[in-house]
Design a protein around this ligand. Structure first.
Ligand SMILES: Nc1ncnc2c1ncn2[C@@H]1O[C@H](COP(=O)(O)OP(=O)(O)OP(=O)(O)O)[C@@H](O)[C@H]1O
Length: 355
C-alpha cells in the first residue's frame, strides 16, 4: 500500500460552519491552493460524524463543473482529525453579497442561477438531495464558475421515498412542507431553496428571513398567499397544520415585491414557489424557462466580474491569533496524509501503525 504524504501551509481561515472549520491552504508540493475543511469530531468517539461521512461519500460520487470537487480525504497525525481537500473557490455568495459595492445585474443573476440549476439538476439526476442550499453554500471562482458546496446534510434518495428527519435546510430557505412536518423529503425542497436564492439575488437581500418556524411560515404566506387543499391536496393532512393557525392572505405578492421583473421572471419564481411539492418545478424545467432566453441575456461566466477577496483580508490576522488546534501548526501545517477513500472508510476507527 502506498501512503502519499503531503504538507499543507495553512494560509488563513475562510469559513467556519456548523460542521467544520475551512482554511485556505497551499499544497507545498504542488503549490496548489486548496480549501481544507476540517471535519468536526467533537462528539465522536467511534469514528467520523455522520455529516462528515455523508459529505465524503456524496462528493466522491459527484463529477460536475457546478459541484465543488473533493480532491482528497486527509487524515491527521492521530486519526482524530480528518480534512477534506476541496478545490478552492475565491468567494462564497453570502460574504460576497455582504461586501459588494454594486449589486449583481440581472444578467449576472441569470448567469449565477443557471449554474446553480445545472448543479442541482445533476444532483437530482444522481438521486442526491442537497437539503441545505443557501447563499453561503454557493461558491464562486474568479472565472465566474458557481460551485455548490457543503454536502453535510445531503442524502441519497430512493424511489419510492423513505421518511427522513424534517429539520433540515436553514430556516430562510426551508420549504413549506418541511415547516409543516412532512415525513417525506423530495428534490422539491432544493427547488424551493433555489427560489429563495433567486429572490435574494434579484432583491439584494434575503427574501424570507424568518426567525422562528411560525414566523417563516407567515413570511411565506405574506408573499404567496395562504395555501389550501385546492392548490395543495396534502396540505391539511400535514402533521404540523394543526399546530399553526395560518393567517388568511388571499394574494400572491411576488409582483409587488419585484415590480420591475418581467412576466417570464415572475412565472419562473412562481414555478419555484409552488406550494405543492409535486407541482413545483424541476431543475430541468427551470433551465428551459423563457426568462433565460429574453433580455437581459445571462452573461457568460467568463465575463462575470472578479471581486476583492474579503474573506482572506478579514481572516489573515484572526488566523495567526487563533488558538492552536492539536496537531496543527499555524504556519506550515504537518497536517494530513492522504489515504484512499476505501482505506479511510475501512480503517476509520483503527489507529495507524505505520505512521
Ligand atoms: N471549496 C471552498 N473554497 C472556498 N471556500 C470554501 C470552500 N468550502 C467552504 N468554503 C467556505 O467555508 C464556509 C463554510 O463551509 P461549509 O458550508 O462547507 O461548512 P459547514 O460547516 O458545513 O457550514 P454550514 O454551517 O453552512 O453547514 C463556506 O461558506 C465558504 O465561505
Amino acid at each position: 500500500m502506498i501512503w502519499s504524504v503531503s504538507e499543507f501551509e495553512k494560509l488563513n481561515r475562510i469559513g467556519e460552519g456548523t460542521y467544520g472549520i475551512v482554511y485556505r491552504a497551499k499544497d507545498t508540493k504542488t503549490n496548489e491552493i486548496v480549501a481544507l475543511k476540517k471535519v468536526r469530531m467533537d462528539q465522536e468517539k467511534d469514528g467520523l460524524p455522520i455529516s462528515g461521512l455523508r459529505e465524503i461519500l456524496i462528493l466522491k460520487s459527484c463529477d460536475h463543473e457546478n459541484i465543488v470537487k473533493l480532491k482528497e480525504v486527509l487524515v491527521g497525525r492521530s486519526l482524530e482529525s480528518i480534512f477534506l481537500s476541496l478545490e478552492y473557490c475565491e468567494q462564497d455568495l453570502a460574504s460576497l453579497l455582504d461586501n459588494m459595492q454594486t449589486n449583481f445585474s440581472e444578467s449576472q443573476v441569470k448567469c449565477l442561477i443557471l449554474q446553480v440549476l445545472r448543479g442541482v439538476k445533476y444532483l437530482h439526476e444522481n438521486f442526491i438531495i442537497h437539503r441545505d442550499l443557501k447563499v453561503s453554500n454557493l461558491l464562486l471562482t474568479d472565472k465566474g464558475s458557481v460551485k455548490i458546496a457543503d454536502f453535510g446534510l445531503a442524502k441519497f434518495f430512493s424511489v419510492p421515498s423513505k421518511p427522513s428527519t424534517p429539520q433540515v435546510v436553514t430556516l430562510w430557505y426551508r420549504a413549506p412542507e418541511l415547516l409543516l412536518g412532512a415525513k417525506i423529503q423530495t428534490t422539491a425542497v432544493d427547488i424551493w431553496a433555489v427560489g429563495c436564492i433567486l429572490g435574494e439575488l434579484l432583491g439584494h437581500k434575503p427574501l424570507l428571513p424568518g426567525t422562528t418556524e411560525i414566523g417563516q411560515l407567515e413570511l411565506i404566506v405574506d408573499l404567496l398567499g395562504t395555501p389550501s387543499d385546492g392548490i395543495w391536496p396534502e396540505f391539511s393532512s400535514l402533521p404540523a397544520v394543526q399546530n399553526f393557525t395560518l393567517k388568511q392572505q388571499p394574494y400572491n405578492n411576488l409582483k409587488q415585491r419585484f415590480p420591475w421583473l418581467s412576466a417570464a421572471g415572475l412565472r419562473l419564481l412562481n414555478f419555484l414557489f409552488m406550494y405543492d411539492p409535486k407541482k413545483r418545478a424541476t431543475a430541468e424545467e427551470c433551465l428551459h424557462s423563457s426568462y433565460f432566453k429574453e433580455c437581459p441575456y445571462p452573461c457568460d461566466p467568463k465575463l462575470m466580474p472578479t471581486f476583492p477577496h474579503h474573506r482572506n483580508l478579514k481572516n489573515v490576522s484572526q488566523t495567526s491569533k487563533a488558538p492552536q488546534e492539536p496537531g496543527v501548526s499555524s504556519t506550515t501545517e504537518q497536517i494530513p496524509f492522504s489515504l484512499p477513500i476505501s482505506e479511510l472508510l475501512g480503517n476509520i476507527v483503527k489507529k495507524r501503525k505505520h505512521e
